[in-house]
Design a protein around this ligand. Structure first.
Ligand SMILES: [Zn+2]
Length: 231
């Protein structure tokens, strides 16, 4: 007999859970207690979204489990496109001669617009190579461990954990001497979120998750260098 997959997870011990709370009617709700660790299955259902976001920024495993397993967030696609736009804008603003022109009929303006599309395509390609590298590494790893890869869940978690790229926009707008340092820190933060997402989805060690992210980054950097040499 095939066991039905539990729809939720305990955020403390990662055990399967069938419900997050029980409704006793008359306005009485009770948070479910996990059978394995005897702690609330998901304490975050009572928390303010801002606190959940802060805990996610701090890369807390519990917050990642809550978001990735116990909520139905379906903004991966839109978030991915928006993050790519942010990255394309950053690259485009760093192109030589991308200062704003006052003349609206300026022909250069149209070339610059195409430059933006080019930067968008490049950012999308690099993200694709990064994700492909990470997924290939994890596929091999899970095969060796004879475990399940959960590719769709993993893919969505990786896209969602790229949310830190949104910080590029304020970093570009409030440009100052420390901008390159900011961009580096944002990248580091996104990679840390990516590895935490992998760790939570596959329940693997931090070291293996970091290795997967590093492998993806290596492929992405290699491809970016190749394209840079070609152009
Ligand atoms: Zn538990």
């Amino acid at each position: 007999m095939r066991m039905e997959q539990a729809p939720f997870r305990c955020i403390e011990c990662n055990a399967d859970a069938h419900e997050l709370y029980r409704d006793y009617r008359n306005g009485i709700l009770k948070i479910t207690i996990c059978e394995s660790c005897r702690k609330p299955v998901d304490k975050y259902i009572e928390y303010d979204p801002v606190i959940i976001l802060i805990d996610a920024i701090l890369c807390k495993t519990q917050a990642f489990r809550h978001i990735l397993f116990n909520t139905k967030i379906n903004i991966h696609g839109k978030l991915c496109v928006f993050c790519l736009l942010c990255e394309a804008y950053l690259r485009w603003s760093q192109l030589p001669g991308s200062e704003k022109t006052v003349d609206p009929a300026d022909i250069i303006r149209y070339t610059k617009e195409w430059d933006f599309y080019g930067m968008f395509s490049l950012a999308a390609l690099e993200l694709g190579v990064f994700l492909g590298g990470v997924l290939a590494f994890l596929w091999l790893l899970q095969r060796l461990r004879r475990a399940d890869l959960k590719p769709q869940l993993l893919f969505e978690a990786l896209l969602l954990s790229c949310y830190g790229k949104l910080l590029l926009i304020p970093a570009v707008i409030w440009e100052h001497d420390y901008s390159p340092l900011c961009f580096g820190l944002i990248r580091l933060f996104v990679l840390a979120s990516n590895s935490q997402a992998i760790r939570v989805i596959l329940n693997i060690s931090r070291r293996l998750a970091v290795m997967a992210v590093f492998f993806g980054l290596l492929l992405e950097t290699g491809m970016a260098k190749k394209i840079h040499n070609l152009l």
